[in-house]
Every structure is written in structure tokens, then in C-alpha cells.
Design a binder for this molecule. Sequence first.
Ligand code: FAD
Length: 427
Amino acid sequence: MSALAHAPSSYAATANRSPLRPALQGAIDADICVIGAGYTGLSAGISLAEAGFKVVVLEQSRVGWGASGRNGGQIVHSYSRDIDFVESHYGAERAKPLASMMFEGAQIIRERVAKYQIQCDLKSGGVYAAMTGRKVRALEEQKALWERCGHPGLTLHDNPDAIRTVVNSGRYQGILVDPTGGHFHPLNLALGEAAALESLGGTIFENTAVTHIERGERPVVHTAQGQVRARYVIVACNAYLGELEPVLSRMSMPCGTQVIATAPLGAVADCLIPSDYCVEDNNFLLDYFRLSADKRLVYGGGVVYGARDPAHIESIIMPKMRKTFPQLGNVKIDYAWTGNFLLTLSRMPEVGQLSKNIYYSQGCSGHGVTFTHLIGRLLGETIRGQAERFNAFASLPHYPFPGGRTFRVPLTAMGALWYNLRDRLGV
Ligand SMILES: Cc1cc2nc3c(=O)[nH]c(=O)nc-3n(C[C@H](O)[C@H](O)[C@H](O)COP(=O)(O)OP(=O)(O)OC[C@H]3O[C@@H](n4cnc5c(N)ncnc54)[C@H](O)[C@@H]3O)c2cc1C
């Protein structure tokens, strides 16, 4: 795969037209230099450009090349750890502002899609599915928690016939239906957001890897052939950061997750997911799936700790898909790809400052579609002088992974095996 090609996904094959932007050459000035053109960088860029800042985005590959252009396309509220975890670990006072923002990311996506007329097949409706009685109780708790946080409209089904009218699988003992969840074409959302940013006067350079960030009153962001002197820098590289800022890589671990897309299924697709909602189960190592606009089943799951690219993606995902939908038989798989998300030890995002004018956000731990949009807005707020909501996240503790660089992967994989085993045994 060339550095300038998107992952070989059904999304890349059906992407809206988008220009190949030039690489940065020479020295320029900006108010804001954003590193990384995924949802975090683009959302921050839009918020700041809307407020009148001159924004420059530097992307090492293409817009949406990272997780943002290859994810499951599922709008999932709250955070990778739900608000009850935040309450019990960090206290009710710290949880309160986070609870007040846990549904805002989805609103931002919907507002942006409407305001900038982004063509990304956005649809409403999401399902959380439970395979065991214990997991159904977890859904009941989630429903009660989200209702307490002011989110009505959730419905829990535990009757097999009722479940099959939403998602036609015998695998689930219960489902929680959220009409305000939803799904969309992830790469087209990123491309549309890039166009929105440019319509506001922002500039995006592709094929422009940042090699070094020079601290100072006006930090300078260096690339192979150019540099940007800015008032503020936002590091939005997430799982693809590499060694650009080692202090950030030490606090997190890139992980791969794999996705396949079937050939278009026509009317069969509607029999699989009659609601056309997106679905994810509530296991520790979860499966997530939905129908695309061209009626493919897009099915994801699996985690590779340390983010090595697995050779046989189909053989990882097909058995999971067959268990969920045995009626599919030997369906043809047109696309298979992998992408990296960034895991943190607490599974809460890591947000903060590397210096007074260099900000970062990373580590949504697999549930980042809504948070990346929220944090983009909060980065805009804090740079404009309203830091309260940004600080609600920035004040959460960050922990290094036990085992350091050498042992963090096997140690985390062992922990995950344990939780996976519990899920399989239903305990
Ligand atoms: C396969 C998959 C499925 C997922 N499904 C879902 C889902 O259904 N729902 C959900 O909520 N979340 C999902 N996620 C997580 C979600 O996609 C991510 O949390 C989110 O997209 C992260 O956005 P980001 O902008 O922070 O990072 P990214 O989108 O990864 O963007 C980071 C960008 O930084 C660039 N970059 C890195 N280093 C440099 C550098 N030195 N110079 C210039 N540019 C650089 C990269 O090229 C990249 O484009 C999924 C993730 C994956 C991988």
C-alpha cells in the first residue's frame, strides 16, 4: 500500500471525490497548526476556523488515512469506560461535567453533516447486544445509567422474536436500542469535514509528515521540506503517532482491529438487520457490524495488541460473522482491512498540554467517533480562553502501561484473555 493510499476498504472504494492536496514546501505562519487529519484534528480545526483562527493541518498521508477513514462507522455515546466507572474511580464531582458531555459528540456530528452538507450516508439508530444473562443485566444497568444522565428513549428487548425484528440473529439474549445512535460512511465524513475546514479558510497539506515540534513562545512544527510557525499546536496523531512525542507514546498502546465487507447483499441485507441500525455487542472483545448504503454487511471485531497487521483478516472475522448470521452461508467478501486505535490503561481518553501552547488528545480506546468530535470543540474552547470543559478531561490521571515497551503487549493481551474467557463462560 502506498503511503498516499487509503486502506483497501469498501470506504476507499466508494469515497467521494476529494483533491490530492499538496505537501508543505517552505515556511509559513498560522494561528493553529494541527498535526493529523483524522476526526480529532479536523474537528478541532473546524471549531477554531469557525472562530476566525487561521488553521493549518499537516497530514503524513491522506485526510482520513488513519482510524477515522476505516472505522466501523458507529455512533456510540459516552466514553470507552462509561460514566459509572468515572464516578467510582475519580469521584462524583469529576464525573459530573463528563456526564453532561457524554451525548454531545453525536450532536456535533449531526450538526456538522447538516451545516456543511456532508454526504456520508448518515443514518440514525444503534443497538447494544448481550449474549448472556449477565450481559443483559449489564445492559439494564447501562439503560438506567444513561437515563439518569438525561438520555431517554432507550428500549430493552429480551424476547427473541422482538430481538429478531431489530437484528435477525439468534445469538443475543437481550438488546438495548438507542434511536439516537447511528452509523455513517467514515471516510466520507472525514473528507467532508476536510472540505468544510477549507471552506472556512483552513489549509490542509497531505503527504506531510511532521518530524519535530520545536517548543517556544511560538512553536515551530518541522516537516521534511517545510515548517509552520504557530501560536498553538494540536497533536492529533492518535495510534499513528510513532516516536514524534515519546512522552505520549509511553502512556498508550496502539492496537489493531479488523473489518470485512461482504459483496452487496441486496434484499438479503434487510433480512439480516431489518432495523438498519448499527450493532455492537457488549463483550470485552466486541463484534460490531452494520449495513452500508450499498447493502454490504460491514463486520468488525478482534483486537491485535501492539497493532501488528494480521495476514489473514478474513479468517479472523468470518467465524465471528458466521456465528452471528449463520444464514449468510459462504458469502463473498469483497474487502478486508485493519486499522489502529489507541488503548490507554484506564480506557479513558488522554487529553492535555505538552507545554502552554501545545495541546494533545489521544487514546479513545476504540470508542472514538463521538469523543473526537467533542474534544475538537473543547480544544477550540480552551484555546479561546474557556478551559473549564477541556480541563474536566485533562485533569483525569494518565497511567503508563505496566511492563514498559517490552512487556506491555503480552501483559495486556493476558488481561484481555482473562476478560474474554469470562465473557465466553458467561460469568
Ligand atoms: C477498525 C476500527 C474500527 C473502529 N470503529 C469505531 C466505531 O465504530 N465507533 C467508534 O466510536 N470508534 C471506532 N473506532 C475508533 C475511532 O475510529 C478512533 O477513535 C478515531 O477515528 C480516532 O481519530 P483521530 O483523529 O484521533 O485519529 P486518526 O483518525 O487515526 O488520525 C490520526 C492521523 O494522524 C496522522 N499522523 C500521525 N503521525 C503524523 C505525523 N508525524 N505527521 C503528520 N500526520 C501524522 C495519521 O496519518 C492519521 O491520519 C474504530 C477504530 C478502528 C481502527
